[in-house]
Design a protein around this ligand. Sequence first.
Ligand code: ZN
Length: 488
Amino acid sequence: MAHRVLIPTPLRPYTGQKDAVEVDGGTVGEALASLTTNYKDLRKHLYADDGKLRHFVNIYVNDDDIRYLERDATKLKDGDVISIVPSVAGGAPGPALGEAQSAESKGTELNKAEFERYSRHLILPEVALEGQKKLKAGSVLCIGAGGLGSPAALYLAAAGVGRIGIVDFDAVDASNLQRQILHSTPDVGRPKLQSAKDRLEALNPEIKIETFEARLTSANALELFRGYDVILDGTDNFATRYLVNDACVLLGIPNAYGSIFRFEGQASVFATKDGPCYRCLYPEPPPPGLVPSCAEGGVLGVLPGVIGTIQATESIKLILGAGSTLVGRLLLYDAWGMRFRELKLRRDPACPVCGDHPTIKQLIDYEEFCGVKPAPAGSATVPETTVEELKARIDAKAPIFILDVREPHEYQVARIAGSTLIPLGQLDSRYGELPPASAGREIIVHCKSGVRSAKAVNLLKEHGIEAKNLKGGILAWIDKIDPSQPKY
Ligand code: ZN
């Protein structure tokens, strides 16, 4: 029987960039075996060493999660579509918190200027005056003023949500402008919060903008979230995603969730009274480094515009208490193929935070949970070298082999002269192209910033090949050694 497996962008490096693959098999297990036989490098991304499907990868048949069918034994009909749905983190760089500006209590009557401003809402029977007053009395806290937070905050402000909080601690960088439309060219170097506040207040002076300049942590999340009607999650890392989720569940505040990666986005609404939460969907985060960030993997600039706008839409409906929200549904958007799909989500009665017998009753250490704590001194990390050491060794004509594990299009932008390109996704099958140990050449591996190359060093080690990771990657090389090359 023939079936189609839809391959999400993070896994396409292992399928030769194919977005869908035909497979055979009578069950999901057989179909995935057929897939990983044809694409061997996919295997370790889908299965853990014990042969079980990894927890941060969900498999759907048509729109149903196989965990609620018969898992691997789920039978397939001819033409069934199997979706691999890994967790993706993407959003704004970093969680952020700080000086709260106290919310003044607002009357919810509209003034004359507001009647004019919101006239297109007022003539919609589904919103009307009563709905507009609800929006005015409503509040949304945006975590991050980046790719997702930008369109979300702009539309929430335009729509008249009376109190909009923003948590961020970053400054505007030139590389943000391709998608973070809250910020403009003259804002480069300014704190994102200032730039966001100026822009939103110019758009709608009738509403209150609250800014919190800090990193969101377990110590401040509950205090920050309390009093908001909706939390809009626009973060870019797993530790903060789980923190936002758990804080929303504990406080009973809905989480308008969105995430983006390259050309694909996800959106849903978590942590409503009877709906699922992010942990019901992904009980465990991927190991650090397995899923690249947007800074490593890139993102189509307009993609967060779509997903962030969907998050704003959901927030508005939650405040209005009307319309059909994404509670119980995961919306998937593929900008490159221009397709929307949706998958059913269920609350997991065994979920550690929102299940029937929760074990997480207060916020935990999310960096530890996600395995991103800096390794203690003296523990095993990958061997490293610096760009200064590399330059000195090149100048001394030392016997070295520079391995670049980025993608070919990145190599076109900038490279270290004399390096050999083998993309990380191909390394497992091409490591034989490296010089043998007997050649006496030290292997130095680099990528853009050092994350993928650290994985490469570990992978080579599994094959008995010693190598060193270039700390900071080619970005550090350009910063410190060769500023003539462009950074990306
Ligand atoms: Zn849950």
